[in-house]
Design a protein around this ligand. Structure first.
Ligand code: PSU
Ligand code: MN
Length: 307
């Protein structure tokens, strides 16, 4: 890669762990800057890093400060991204401008996969991935996260995709793109706030060891691209599909009324759903990310032992 050091900086502890072949888990920053309100966003981001550490892996939260991609943000940098309102939501298309203009950026799932791959990190924990939005047959709104899963070889652990999306169409796209959708100890695709969606995953994962074997087989074979590991929210924090679906419909109607489009849509919907549920959706969101962090760290450890 040409001039990679000019654009990308890996934090010392992360670099050491990568070089030693130890377990490392990438984390995204859009969830901090645009996915959760202040100050819960910062509290959660720091707590998730702790959970990764407690489970024997090194966390690398990824973001962009002054045009530099940081693989491993410091506590101060996480706080900055969580507070500043000058942070661009960075997916694949945004990198060149944000880097050249030395701006600040929070990376989406797609953006984080790109940076993790450049740094040599294979395991990435988040909350939910983007997908095919409802009504995409008219709006063409399909998240760049899906294209990234198609080509970038990083495993993404998420609580499925939330039903602000069209889950059926999202699964069809992933199938076309050759992205395995693997349910972690479940046959059903979880729908973010709820454990059930009515859709099936392609395969069921039994444990971290089993998961690591599958990742290794894919990439050993040179089958480039990502894997979606769908880990359901803990039962105690779940919001039933029928209950949350109604709230989502309401938020979608408001988005339409206000002509919210493009990169603004997902953050708008997340914020409205939080308001409509009186904060409950945020609690569920935090709970599922915690749970993904535990599972992601375990998978990273199992995978590190295989290389
Ligand atoms: N889904 C969530 N929370 C989030 C996101 C998705 O439940 O914070 C963020 C992720 O960063 C994801 C991005 O990559 O939104 C997708 O945005 P878009 O639909 O604009 O591609
Ligand atoms: Mn979109």
């Amino acid at each position: 890669m040409k001039n990679l050091e000019k654009y990308l900086e890996i934090k010392d502890d992360v670099k050491e762990a990568i070089e030693a072949g130890k377990a490392v888990v990438a984390l995204e920053s859009t969830i901090i800057a645009h996915g959760m309100p202040y100050p819960k966003n910062i509290e959660t981001a720091l707590e998730i890093e702790d959970i990764i550490r407690q489970n024997g892996a090194v966390p690398a939260t990824i973001g962009i400060i002054d045009g530099q991609i940081k693989v491993g943000l410091t506590k101060e940098e996480i706080e900055f991204l969580g507070k500043s309102d000058e942070v661009v939501k960075v997916s694949r298309r945004d990198f060149p401008v944000v880097l050249a203009e030395k701006r600040h950026g929070a990376t989406t799932v797609a953006g984080t996969m790109i940076a993790a791959d450049l740094a040599g990190i294979k395991i990435f924990v988040t909350g939910g991935v983007g997908g095919v939005h409802r009504g995409a047959e008219k709006t063409f709104d399909v998240s760049a996260d899906l294209e990234e899963l198609k080509k970038t070889s990083v495993a993404v652990i998420a609580a499925g995709a939330k039903s602000i999306l069209d889950l059926g169409l999202t699964l069809e796209k992933l199938e076309t793109f050759g992205v395995p959708v693997l349910g972690y100890q479940t046959a059903e695709l979880p729908a973010f706030y709820s454990r059930h969606s009515g859709y099936n995953c392609d395969y069921r994962l039994e444990n971290p060891e089993h998961t690591a074997d599958i990742l290794k087989a894919k990439w050993d074979l040179g089958l480039e691209g990502g894997v979606l590991i769908a880990n359901p929210v803990p039962e105690s924090d779940e919001i039933e599909y029928s209950v949350i679906n109604e709230k989502i419909e309401q938020a979608l109607a408001e988005a339409k009324e206000n002509e919210i489009k493009g990169k603004e849509l997902t953050p708008f919907l997340l914020d409205r759903i939080k308001e409509i549920t009186g904060g409950k959706s945020l609690e569920t969101n935090i709970s599922l990310v915690r749970n993904n962090a535990v599972v992601g760290a375990q998978i990273a450890r199992a995978f590190a032992n295989k290389i």
